[in-house]
Design a binder for this molecule. Structure first.
Ligand code: FPP
Length: 243
């Protein structure tokens, strides 16, 4: 991707989350191993990160590996961990060139040490990126995060902002993360799968049957366009939204 001059955009400051589902089915439908689907998934992720940067999206959170994904066959888990490491090694420079700040959210104590050190390098290298904050969720569980943050509060009564800061801490987030505006899920399922439960309180949902390796920039822009047409009332009435 060429160095991007980011123009003021309707999507600036927006937080988009994506559940990138369907790699395995896409591969199986072509007689390929599931890992081929994950490799194709990384190529889609790169295209969508570029598209989000161009569109001026503020924060993009990609769900790459849930805490429950550890239950997958060991060879698939191993292949995913190696793929994450290779992708981070390969993409960090591209992120720097495009002003993308990359951070990983989730637990870190169960990740292979080689991946962990690559994560730390990628986060340090891209820390000055201001065009897009790209968060990749690895070994992430929204419910576990909420439980941990609640335990850390130690019975104190907190404001939402204070709780948000604790949530950020347990997920190794550099700063409390904004509410999710738009949640996109590919692959045909229509569920949250333990992703950003707290942050999704008023998120708009966009589901598509398209498998993640086939998801395109046009479709991503279509999801943003559909989001613009939604009337977000945050519990209020239409007249309040209009005013
Ligand atoms: C869903 O497909 C995808 C995953 C479990 C995670 C892997 C995602 C990638 C490799 C793409 C992006 C990577 C990075 C580093 C940003 P699935 O295996 O659940 O598919 P299925 O539902 O068809 O079985």
């Amino acid at each position: 991707m060429k160095r991007t001059t980011v123009v003021p955009s309707a999507y600036r400051g927006m937080h988009v989350g994506i559940i990138m589902d369907g790699n395995g089915r896409w591969a199986a439908s072509r007689g390929l191993p599931r890992t081929a689907g994950h490799r194709a998934g990384v190529r889609t992720a790169r295209k969508i990160v570029e598209a989000a940067t161009r569109a001026g999206v503020g924060t993009l959170t990609l769900y790459a590996f849930s805490a429950d994904n550890w239950s997958r066959p060991t060879p698939e888990v191993g292949a995913l961990m190696r793929l994450f490491r290779r992708s981070l090694l390969g993409e960090s420079k591209r992120c720097v060139d495009n002003g993308v700040r990359l951070t990983i959210v989730g637990r870190r104590d169960r990740l292979p040490s080689s991946l962990l050190s690559t994560i730390q390098e990628a986060e340090a290298m891209t820390a000055h990126g201001r065009n897009l904050h790209l968060r990749v969720a690895i070994d992430y569980s929204a419910r576990e995060s909420i439980l941990q943050a609640a335990s850390a509060a130690g019975g104190e009564t907190l404001t939402r902002e204070q709780f948000g800061r604790l949530l950020a801490q347990v997920n190794h987030d550099p700063f409390p993360i904004a509410d999710l505006d738009l949640l996109v899920r590919t692959g045909g399922e229509q569920r949250l799968s333990d992703f950003l439960l707290w942050e999704s309180a008023y998120a708009e949902f966009y589901f598509t049957p398209r498998m993640w390796p086939e998801f395109t920039e046009e479709q991503f822009l279509g999801a943003l366009g559909e989001f613009e047409l939604r009337e977000r009332r945050f519990g209020g009435v239409p007249e309040q939204v209009a005013s």
